[in-house]
Design a protein around this ligand. Structure first.
Ligand code: ATP
Ligand code: MG
Length: 396
């Protein structure tokens, strides 16, 4: 008899796609997540199993955060031939429980002498005899003991819900525009959960934005990398572009024109690193630069698709998600963002694209050089599994 983890994934969703590739990627990610606990991981018959972990609960919690996992159960695995021993184990696992329960049985081994209803009946009766504080409720039980008969017998009670989604690395690569705010880390997480590899670009306007603001963004990317895997973060110098926009363009268009340049720089960095789409934390109507017209003006400056997973979310929903993924506290630190430093007092809220394009022409021929310099000058920091893997050393 030994403790194992039984890991379920969304089988149905994998059908029709490249299933073997998905299963391989998923098993590999689970193996990676279980490694710090010393777990041995294998895939068998539509399930992933883990044995030999030194802290089953902690390992289960960690594995439940792997993209593509639907639930994890701490189970006991034992021989199936001695059914009397299985019954004793069922009694042991329900000892001290109160309230309602039911037994759920699954028999994958069709040659096993007992069928599922018989297993339920025998185990249910034995548990009731041993524990007067329990009663059976098949419709809405408080506790469910599951018994599965496959190569061995496994017994477990309860599940830890997984995060769902698709296995990491199975759906291409996207470039997150990562500010220090609450929204963009959540947006990045949502896209990564669909199996997309993330890279990120952050715009830094030294000396208008501080070293602490830079460190905060590295920290956000580090937190994301605990679940989203390896993230290449590019911290692009943005001061020269912002100064030029501030000097040359009408103030009311300042923010929009600046956002268009952000897209241009980020697109360049993304394309050079294999990024296939952009991701932002925008949602309709949140600020002046996120009206329908303003979003359209941003789209116009970018040749890649822009994904905005938070588009229909209220701020309170975004905050709840930021708390759940562990970025909220860091995002709430009050360091300035480059957008706010040069914020016009009266930004246009319903811009016309032609007007924006005209105003942008005032930047002149220098613009191309400025965009390229920002893309070229970006500092690279690589985050992986919650650690800084490359770059990112603090300046003296
Ligand atoms: P957030 O909470 O993500 O900062 P926000 O509500 O403050 O969002 P804006 O400042 O208008 O909204 O930014 C909208 C989006 O533009 C952000 O979600 C992010 O994707 C991108 N963005 C803003 N500032 C930066 C920056 N300095 N570097 C990279 N991307 C940025
Ligand atoms: Mg912001």
């Amino acid at each position: 008899m030994r403790d194992i983890l039984l890991v379920r994934f969304g089988e149905v969703h994998l059908k029709g796609l490249n299933r073997p590739q998905f299963l391989r990627a998923l098993t590999e990610r689970v193996r990676h997540a279980a490694r710090p606990f010393g777990g041995h991981v294998w895939l068998d018959d539509g399930r992933i199993y883990i044995s030999d972990m030194d802290d089953a609960r902690a390992c289960a919690e960690r594995v439940s955060q792997v993209f593509g996992i639907h639930s994890v159960s701490q189970a006991v695995e034992m021989g199936k031939d001695d059914f009397e021993a299985v019954l004793r184990q069922a009694v042991h696992m329900t000892r001290g429980m109160t309230g309602s329960f039911k037994v759920k049985a699954r028999r994958a081994d069709k040659r096993y002498p007992l069928d599922s209803p018989a297993i339920c009946q025998l185990a249910g009766r034995r548990i009731l005899e041993a524990n007067q504080d329990l009663r059976v409720d098949v419709k809405h039980p408080e506790h469910v003991l599951e018994i599965e008969i496959r190569g061995n017998a496994t017994l477990h009670i309860g599940r830890i819900e997984g995060v769902g989604g698709m296995p990491m690395g199975t759906n291409g690569k996207a470039c997150l525009l990562l500010s220090g705010g609450i929204d963009s880390p959540v947006a990045g997480y949502m896209v990564a959960r669909r199996g997309v590899t993330l890279m990120a670009v952050h715009f830094h306007s030294f000396p208008y934005t501080s070293e602490r603001a830079r460190a905060k963004v590295i920290e956000l990317a580090r937190i994301l990398s605990r679940t989203c895997g390896r993230i290449e973060l590019y911290i692009a110098p943005f001061t020269d572009i912002q100064m030029r926009v501030h000097e040359k363009c009408p103030g009311a268009y300042g923010t929009l024109i600046m956002r268009r340049q952000m897209m241009r720089v980020a697109e360049r960095v993304a394309r050079r690193r294999g990024g296939q789409a952009m991701v932002t934390g925008e949602s309709i109507g949140q600020v002046a630069s996120q009206t329908m017209e303003a979003l359209g003006c941003t789209d116009d400056a970018c040749g890649l698709s822009i994904f905005r997973p938070l588009i229909g979310f209220d701020k309170s929903e975004i905050i709840a998600r930021a708390e759940a993924i562990g970025t909220f506290a860091t995002s709430s630190l009050p360091y300035e963002d480059c957008c706010t430093v040069f914020m016009p007092r009266h930004p246009v809220t319903h811009p016309r694209l032609e007007r924006v394009q005209e105003a942008e022409l005032l930047l002149g021929d220098a613009l191309e050089g400025l965009i390229e310099a920002s893309a070229q000058g970006a500092e690279r920091v690589v985050l992986c599994d919650g650690r800084i893997a490359e770059g990112g050393e603090q300046p003296q």
